[in-house]
Design a protein around this ligand. Structure first.
Ligand SMILES: [Zn+2]
Length: 94
């Protein structure tokens, strides 16, 4: 007879795994939100046209901040995946 029944260990392991995954996503999103905008990025890296600061590739890709259709875009390097800067859509004026 073990002191802790197996199902409880199993449930604890599942919760712990979810917690690790959530923490990872949360950190990634915080990192994305903290990215500079394009002008700040160019200025900080002394560039006139955006290139990857890690591998100097000019091939960039964009993705949504929280999901694919999010209007707040995150620009990352297409070859090494380094997060570079964010692009917020201009505010709608009617
Ligand atoms: Zn790169």
């Amino acid at each position: 007879m073990s002191s802790i029944p197996f199902p409880i260990l199993f449930i604890l392991a599942v919760f712990f795994t979810f917690w690790l995954i959530l923490r990872k996503f949360h950190r990634l999103e915080q990192k994305k939100r903290a990215l500079p905008d394009l002008n700040a990025y160019l200025y900080a890296n002394n560039q006139t046209e955006a290139r990857c600061k890690a591998c100097d590739s000019a091939e960039l890709k964009e993705e949504g901040l929280t999901h694919g259709k999010d209007e707040r875009r995150i620009i990352a390097c297409a070859s090494c995946n380094t997060l570079l800067y964010r692009f917020d859509p201009p505010e709608q004026e009617d």
